[in-house]
Design a protein around this ligand. Structure first.
Ligand code: KG4
Ligand code: ZN
Length: 339
């Protein structure tokens, strides 16, 4: 058993990306992601449209992942799927599909927590350094902002989280105020390189402990922009890069302040990040600085494993497979699943 290769097909459909991957043990053979362009014109994810698009995409995406992996369906050892958290209609598509396929192939089904997967994506073997337990993980995405103490694959303790908006929402909602497309995080990041991060000051929230808050920042940016536009209707277009750089700088400071506090309180200086916002060049640079300046050991995911993807679901599936931690055939999707 130990020397035998384990092939896992994994499926992710929690939000607006339909993804399927095939792993051989802890290595990724294929990882296909279909983004749903449809939401761009609405300035955010429309749940009803997301579930319809998943239903349309799931068969071709799974077929492509299997084909690209070179693994025959009959050789799969298990199917892993995202049970939650996420949008219920979206989760139901992946859950039902995974259950049916596992039943058809007569192989075990493994349910995966999406947020645990963002954390454990660091254990996908790509020849890189991997964190050792215990380490701290900061999950930063469009739906979550958490600092987690990870003492084992299945021992995750949330030390702090956002009390309102997630950090990805702070990027996306700020972008909306500035007239940028959805999601705005990548464009703010791009423009931040061309602007002055110290040009505009936005006040940072005061939140207890290791919790976060981002709704005040968004309101602060809105009032600031409205005031400036009254004086100069071209304010946004004339200063867009500086505004983006200043917003990004403020957000990174908020995240790093809490991480520093978490490292101090726990005395753990191995720090990993995960989730869509971990693609941000500012947070990546800040962590690299922390490694040089304060001796932290930091773990930054490869770009393809930052935003939602099935490979991260597959690695959790593999780790659970080793423990024979399988799901019952009656398992249901859980939109508010906790870590
Ligand atoms: O993890 P993810 O793909 O989906 C959720 O589970 O939410 O994260 C999506 C979020 C969006 O808010 C998007 O704006 C943000 O990640 N994002 C970024 C960058 N790339 C994606 N935010 C800042 N900078 C980026 N480069
Ligand atoms: Zn995610």
């Amino acid at each position: 058993m130990v020397n035998e290769n384990i092939y896992i097909l994994s499926i992710e459909s929690s939000c607006d990306d339909t993804s399927a991957a095939v792993l051989c043990n802890d290595q990724v053979l294929s990882n296909i992601v279909a983004n749903q362009e449809i939401h761009h014109e609405y300035g955010g994810v429309v749940p009803e449209l997301a579930s319809r698009a998943h239903q349309q995409n799931i068969v071709p995406v799974v077929e492509m992942a299997i084909k690209k992996s070179g693994v025959a369906k009959e050789d799969l050892n298990a199917i892993a799927f995202t049970r939650g958290p996420g949008l219920m209609g979206s989760l139901l598509v992946g859950t039902s599909f995974a259950k049916s396929l596992a039943l058809g192939l007569n192989i075990p089904l493994i349910d995966v927590n999406h947020m645990q997967a963002h954390v454990l994506a660091h254990f996908i073997d790509e020849g890189q350094k991997m964190p050792e337990f215990p380490f701290l993980a900061m999950t930063i995405s469009g739906g979550h902002t958490q600092i987690i103490k990870v003492s084992g694959y299945n021992k995750l303790e949330v030390l702090g989280e956002t009390i309102d908006d997630a950090v990805g929402e702070a990027f996306d909602k700020s972008g909306k105020i500035l007239g940028l497309g959805y999601p705005s995080g990548p464009e703010i990041d791009k423009r931040a390189h061309l602007g002055d991060p110290k040009r505009f000051k936005f006040s940072k929230p005061k939140v207890d402990g290791l919790n976060f808050s981002f709704s005040g920042l968004k309101t602060g940016i809105l009032y600031f922009v409205q005031k400036e536009m009254k004086a100069n209707p071209n304010f946004i277009s004339e200063n867009l890069n500086d505004i983006c750089a200043s917003i990004q700088h403020t957000i990174i400071e908020i995240l790093m302040d809490k991480l520093k506090k978490a490292v101090k309180e726990t005395d753990i200086s191995q720090v990993a990040i995960g989730g869509g916002v971990s693609a941000n060049s500012g947070i990546r640079a800040a962590l690299e600085q922390a490694e040089q300046n304060w001796g932290w050991k930091t773990f930054i995911p490869k770009f393809e494993y930052t935003t939602d993807n099935a490979a991260m679901i597959g690695i959790v599936g593999y780790l659970k497979f080793l423990e024979k931690d399988f799901s019952s055939s009656e398992i249901t999707a859980a939109s508010r699943l906790k870590i």
